[in-house]
Ligand binder design. Structure first.
Ligand SMILES: [Zn+2]
Length: 682
């Protein structure tokens, strides 16, 4: 029934690179007999992804928790007891499930990136084949902008940080009440188990001693509601897949959350599959959750390669945790698992027999020989180039804050390839410090962030991210000397880094040495034309230099990238007036007036501009709104008299008289020379 050893070796070895980019090796996956007879009608398919859910937190044998909804599915289907996430982070893990590819294939190694257009997504394939497709996700990390919405007729995402499972389920149930004559693909993502752990009652009280399990139990309750509603709504056959996107450290190997290491606590996930042609029972062969993609295609009758509906040949399951490498320049980490061993490569190999030693407490690397397939898999695994580590410039400050509130922070600095790169597990004591420091930094609480950043630097002197954040924090607090010293250090660590240059330029632009910043900012604007803080700094310098038109053009670009505040609209109006760009000036002041309502104070400017644009009625209305307390009220009276004459108003003579009576030194002269008033004098 199983392919020969030589065939397996061929797949896992030389063809590995192909599998990484284009899916798994087809040859190893001959369907077992009698297991894959396709039902006549295509099933409706429910995929539920459980965020941050450890394998040992679900199922009848899970200690300290009851998960009746999950257990009921296990009783009806096939449970995979050794399922592995591709990456211990939400967006990359889901990207693998939705493309069937490891990160080298889809390009998402971290949260906060955007999926490229090329890899076909599961929902696109099903939508094209006539499925009705809908997704309900519960975290900003999976918002549509990050790319997973393609192919879904409905993509119900959240712009807030997160949505509780109960609310998400309510929305799904409402959706399921709608009519459907097609088979459906429904993906539901629950986020509750993610930190902080604060389940609603009764779970809060019931799990007071283990709030994490309380969240998981609360999600299991919603899973039950969801499955029941889905089954009721379906007309034909159904299939259900429930899977974790990654686990949670809970202190194992020094990691409290997830994303930094590759141990079982975060990589090993629960997974159950129920559906037509799926036998009941337990599969203890290691499998990657990226095969959700192949399995759903198979259930929909679109392809049967690598489906988990059939009992398939063992494969080397891969995984990665590149965040510490991409963010701090630590060792890249790769995981490879076969039936006998689990290997983690991070500078050197660690090997565990997870069946006998599930806590991975005994590293047996020195006493075992890994299979050739495992060794090849580890050797050939593609490490992302440091260049790709740049955070996307499309992430706004607001987006960064949202990601930070979920514990995901990227400084956006490309890592330096370090000779001394530490192994992430040896730095586990810093994970929480880094996370707290990043969170404070993104919230601009610099004074609180500095001692934590110093602590990071004390343990990891070559950490560019920490040095650069320290420099920026000191700069923001006006600590001139300390900021410059840190920028010098950053330059030593990364002489070629454009980030270092950019942050230094932003620092110099704020102080007495602003002229030194000009060429650096100009270069940064060319490199990243959408980077708002750089555009802002250069715009202010252009104002200072009296290059009004250039300043205005930069502000207009900035306001195309983010919403302008009312004071900024006023400033744009003033710059446009100075640049004699009447149209832009009118548009800016009008927008400011709309935004500010009764507190708008620039009616005089608007009146003058309307007059220049020969919009006399608008000018009249604007000038009538100028308060007599306005310091330039004399000018308003003069302009109003001009408008009155131009509109041939009956009371224009008294308007001229009022302008004369209220005149000041400036307007007295103007009134004396005003031809409109002379010709109109009677
Ligand atoms: Zn997640």
């Amino acid at each position: 029934m199983f392919p020969s050893v030589s065939k397996r070796r061929l797949c896992a070895g030389s063809a590995l690179a192909v599998a990484l980019s284009f899916g798994a090796c087809a040859k190893t996956n001959e369907p077992a007999t009698g297991e894959t007879e396709r039902p006549a009608a295509r099933p409706s398919i429910l995929l539920v992804t459980l965020d941050t859910t450890r394998a040992d937190a679900m199922g009848a044998e899970a200690a300290g928790i009851e998960t009746p909804s999950f257990n009921a599915l296990v009783a009806r289907g096939r449970r995979f007891t050794r399922a592995y996430a591709a990456v211990p982070e939400t967006l990359p893990s889901h990207s693998s499930m939705m493309t069937g590819l490891y990160p080298a294939g889809h390009g998402i190694n971290e949260n906060g990136r955007t999926l490229p257009k090329e890899p076909a997504l599961l929902a696109e394939r099903l939508q094209q084949s006539g499925y009705r497709t809908a997704a309900f996700v519960s975290s900003f990390v999976l918002a549509r902008r990050f790319g997973l919405g393609r192919g879904f007729d409905t993509y119900d995402d959240v712009e807030d940080a997160e949505r509780p499972a109960r609310e998400t389920t309510d929305r799904v149930l409402e959706y399921l009440r709608g009519p459907s004559d097609k088979p459906q693909l429904l993906w539901v993502h629950y986020f509750d188990a993610h930190a902080p752990y604060a389940a609603a009652e009764p779970f809060r009280t019931r799990y007071a001693k283990n709030p994490y399990l309380g969240e998981v139990a609360a999600v299991d309750e919603q899973l039950g509601r969801l499955v029941e509603a889905f089954e009721k709504s379906a007309r034909g056959p159904i299939a259900i897949l429930v899977v974790g996107d990654h686990g949670e450290g809970l202190g194992d190997h020094g990691e409290s959350q997830h994303g930094n290491l590759l141990y079982e606590s975060t990589m090993h996930v629960p997974f159950v599959l129920v559906g037509p042609g799926v036998g009941r029972g337990v599969v203890d062969t290691p499998v990657s959750t990226r095969r959700i993609f192949h399995t759903v295609l198979d259930l929909a009758g679109l392809a049967n390669t690598d489906s988990l509906r059939a009992v398939s040949a063992p494969e080397v399951v891969l995984g990665e945790a590149m965040k510490p490498f991409l963010e701090y320049g630590w060792q890249p980490q790769i995981m490879a698992v076969d039936e006998a061993h689990k290997a983690i490569f991070a500078g050197r190999n660690e090997v565990y027999d997870v069946a006998a030693d599930p806590k991975e407490s005994r590293d047996i690397a020195s006493s075992v020989t890994l299979s050739r397939a495992m060794r090849t898999a580890l050797k050939d695994y593609p490490i992302p180039a440091p260049g790709v580590a740049q955070a996307p410039s499309s992430l706004s400050d607001e987006d960064r804050k949202k990601l930070a509130s979920l514990g995901y922070v990227s400084a956006g600095a490309a890592p330096v390839v370090r000779k001394d790169a530490p192994r992430p597990v040896d730095m586990a004591g810093l994970f929480d410090v880094i996370e707290r420091a990043s969170d404070l930094f993104v919230r601009e609480e610099y004074a609180k962030a500095i001692p934590l950043l110093e602590k990071i630097r004390a343990s990891d002197a070559f950490n560019l991210d920490a040095v650069l954040r320290l420099a920026t924090a000191h700069s923001a607090l006006g600590h001139e000397e300390l900021a410059l010293r840190m920028f010098e250090k950053a330059k030593e660590l990364a002489p070629q880094s454009s980030d270092v240059r950019t942050y230094l330029a932003l620092h110099l632009a704020r102080g007495a040495r602003w002229e030194e910043a000009v060429p650096m900012l100009e270069k940064s604007v060319v490199e990243s034309p959408d980077r708002v803080p750089v555009l802002e700094a250069l715009a202010r310098i252009r104002e200072r230099q009296g290059r009004t038109r250039d300043a205005l053009a930069l502000w207009q670009r900035i306001h195309g990238l983010r919403k302008a505040s009312p004071p900024e609209l006023v400033k744009a109006g003033e710059l446009a007036m100075a640049a004699e760009d009447t149209e832009t000036a009118i548009r800016s002041f009008e927008a400011a007036r709309l935004a500010q309502g009764p507190s708008f104070r620039h009616h005089l400017e608007l009146g003058v501009l309307y007059l220049a644009a020969r919009r006399f009625e608008d000018a009249r209305d604007a000038l009538d709104r100028v308060s007599p307390q306005h310091p330039a009220y004399a000018m308003a009276l003069f302009k109003r008299a001009q408008v009155s004459v131009l509109l041939r108003e009956p009371d224009r003579a008294s308007r001229i008289e009022a302008a004369r009576r209220g005149a000041n030194a400036t307007t007295r002269e103007l009134i004396a020379r005003e031809r409109l008033f002379q010709s109109d004098r009677r």
